[in-house]
Design a protein around this ligand. Sequence first.
Ligand code: NAD
Ligand code: UDP
Length: 330
Amino acid sequence: MTKTSYPSRRVLVAGGAGFLGSHLTDRLVERGYQVIIADNLSTGRLENIAHHLVSGRVQFIRHDVTDPITVEVDDIYNLACPASPPHYQADPLQTALTSSLGAMHLLALAKSCGARLFHASTSEIYGDPDIHPQPESYWGNVNPVGPRSCYDEGKRFAETLLMDARRHHGVDVRIVRIFNTYGPRMRPDDGRVITNFLMQALAGDALTIYGNGGQTRSFCYVDDLIAGFLCMMDLEVAPDTPVNVGNPNEITVRELAERVIAMAQSRSAIVEKPLPTDDPRRRCPDITLARTLLGWQPRVSLDEGLARTLASLRKETAAASRFEPERRVA
Ligand code: NAD
Ligand code: UDP
């Protein structure tokens, strides 16, 4: 299909003012789709979508998905949920409700409109995995009562709900399990490792490694991830299983810190801080299914992605410091 030949579609993006949702919205608008964003702005920012609000190509509704929503759409993307551990742990009850009740309300909408429902699940459903790398067939190793559970179990419940709705009510459900993703438009105060390290390197502060830095993650650049979302949604028939989407290039947190310091040409030191409770020791997606089913694989290297993210954070912090004196006067 060529870039200009997409049939017109009305699309709801719940969580569209956030990091991933705003990049997704860019791609949907490029296709000529009509996009409605529903977001409670708890972690999202209007500036992420300001360019579309000015052009009038996107409608914004301030809405919390824990309340029901009624709009007429062809496709629904459910990205509404804080993703950074400090953010989702700040109000765990709200996180659990957003993941569960929010998914239920968007499911009800999909059922009433006959819409396709895309759901952003997470590698966190594998918890601290005993199987490595993690294929979709792995059931996970999750603490049901720890500080991460509001997110992990909320997302697991949403998968259960949506797969049952597919089996029993024929709802067209498409679930992706997203592995750690980074890129421009992450908030500088996001609290996840890549933004923390890049911001610390920019400021010349010590990079904070939690634990000894031997734990691993596998980082995917945002453009690659969103391309995977669209492949999933473009499938004629929804797969009968969630699909991992992520970059299998695994790295320790310590190696990541060293890579960031070298790339930012920073003189920052590295300090160790306590390891958070239940922090997964390793994480890497098995993307065999994404490769075969979606014909998708990531393309952007970690060095390239980090450089783009650093440039964007540098611009954002420079702009913020230019405006700072005016704010103080006001
Ligand atoms: P984000 O925090 O930048 O975006 C989440 C968006 O959802 C924000 O705009 C926020 O305001 C909105 N939101 C939160 N609760 C809401 C509610 N109750 N009602 C309406 N809007 C609400 O996070 P992100 O990184 O863009 O993540 C988006 C989705 O992808 C989330 O569902 C997250 O669980 C999933 N995910 C992300 C990653 C990642 O690495 N970025 C990894 C796994 C899963
Ligand atoms: N981490 C770290 N320093 C930081 C922030 C995070 O060492 O300043 C570690 C964290 O303990 C975890 C990994 O980096 O092992 C990834 O954390 P993040 O919060 O980005 O995402 P998670 O995969 O844990 O959801």
